[in-house]
Write a protein that binds this ligand. Structure first.
Ligand SMILES: *Cc1c(COP(=O)(O)O)cnc(C)c1O
Ligand SMILES: [Zn+2]
Length: 416
């Protein structure tokens, strides 16, 4: 094999080659994809990258790509936009938004991780792909499985948002709703993965899946003109995304594509499911599992697989964590929409509200460059806004009716 990557145990560093597995049998620690960076030097340069199509595959040398694999889907390269109006409202003078609410094809950052997992599912010869999901992963596995001709079995907690359920079924996936929370769904899926020869993107393909999250970090660095921001605020469920953005920045530094710099990582959770932010705030080197109770369903993982690594990554960077109430999540969604014209789902509300809290606490300085990761689309979680806006009675299609509707004083002012 001439591949420049393989699985390695995060704790004992034993090499495991490439295979569908996520745990080291020696020490039960998670496996992680490790690259031979020396083999990449010279090929992975600013110039070579910028000459390639604007999607995640332009970072191929630092992704687990099977030899000769060509996916063909232009996933990623979502906008990084300045957010001065939101910044003015929450107290940052240098705020940017990485907008994965418009990621292709299913409007969340999960499209990045699924693209990686399916590349390996193909390589390992799986005919059926599967996942346990809090919603967005279900959508993305179902869509990309359809596109690539895999059968898909998807497992979700029974009470997910309607749009995330329809947005899985429409692609022809077999959807199994489980009476229980995500952690129970995931435990069942581990048993199914042991018994059936299926590629579970977030279980036996998890190390490869996780590498897809690095592309958020690669893109931010490239979009900033090959440099790193001061701070980044990232929503956390299993805790994988935040650790992989940090891995991406470290790999870019190691290869000399960006100047070395310590980026402070800030984790965001809902107070109703905050095992990682609690660990950070209590300076604890362990995760106490929780029973989730929050409207932020996409982040409702009470026993996060990468929680401890996420907490450590945050602490080592000099960052911090915040968690916010359900009403604050809704306010965050509305604030982002009303200031920047970006409609995010509950996870994005968590990120905006957490950023506001971290700035108010003095953890994030107003003059430091801060990137907020908006990871999913608001059209999938409209349920939480149902009672926020009144629907007014329709009016006759007549000018007089409209002027009556708008009110005399408003009408007079508008004419003048
Ligand atoms: C899954 C998800 C996250 C968190 O990802 P982890 O890697 O599990 O921490 C954040 N935002 C959205 C919208 C998600 O679907
Ligand atoms: Zn090990």
């Amino acid at each position: 094999m001439s591949e420049n990557y393989s699985l390695r145990c995060r704790e004992c560093h034993r090499e495991h080659g490439n295979r569908p597995s996520s745990i080291c049998e020696d020490c039960m620690a998670p496996l992680e994809v490790h690259y031979n960076l020396d083999a990449v030097r010279g090929k992975f340069t600013r110039e070579s990258i910028s000459s390639r199509p604007a999607n995640i595959w332009r970072y191929a040398e630092l992704l687990p790509m099977p030899e000769g694999y060509n996916d063909g889907l232009p996933v990623g390269m979502t906008p990084l936009v300045p957010a001065a109006r939101l910044g003015a409202r929450i107290g940052s003078r240098r705020l940017l938004i990485k907008n994965d609410a418009v990621c292709f094809p299913t409007l969340s950052f999960k499209d990045r991780v699924v693209a990686m997992a399916l590349a390996q599912a193909r390589r390992f010869g799986f005919k059926t792909v599967s996942c346990s999901s809090t919603g967005n992963l279900a959508n993305s596995v179902a869509a990309q499985a359809a596109r690539h001709g895999f059968d898909a079995w998807i497992f979700i907690p029974a009470d997910l948002e309607a749009a995330k359920i329809i947005g899985t079924q429409v692609y022809g996936a077999r959807l199994t709703r489980i009476s229980g929370n995500y952690d129970q769904v995931n435990r069942l899926c581990s048993q199914i993965a042991d018994r059936y020869n299926w590629g579970f993107v977030n279980i036996n393909l998890r190390p490869y899946y996780a590498e897809g999250s690095k592309t958020v970090g690669f893109e931010i660095a490239e979009q900033l003109g090959w440099r790193l921001p001061d701070n980044i605020v990232v929503p956390m469920a299993g805790g994988s995304l935040i650790t992989k953005i940090q891995k991406a920045f470290n790999e870019l530094i190691a290869l000399g594509l960006v100047e070395a710099k310590i980026v402070k990582f800030f984790g965001a959770q809902a107070t109703g499911c905050s095992p990682i932010s609690d660990a950070v705030k209590c300076n604890k080197d362990e995760i106490d599992p929780q029973k989730p109770k929050t409207i932020a369903r996409s982040l409702a993982i009470g026993n996060p697989a990468d929680g401890l690594y996420a907490a450590r990554a945050i602490a080592a960077s000099g960052g911090w964590a915040a968690d916010v109430s359900d009403p604050d999540i809704v306010t965050g969604i509305e604030l982002l929409a009303a200031t920047e014209g970006i409609f995010t789902e509950t996870a994005g509300g968590v990120t905006v509200a957490s950023a506001e809290s971290l700035i108010a606490q003095g953890k994030i300085h107003p003059d430091e460059e801060t990137v907020l990761c908006i990871t999913g689309n608001g059209l999938k979680t409209t349920d939480v806004l149902a009672d926020r806006f009144t629907l007014e009675e329709p009016i006759e299609p007549k000018l007089v009716a409209f002027e009556k509707f708008m009110g005399e004083s408003v009408a007079v002012a508008a004419i003048a």
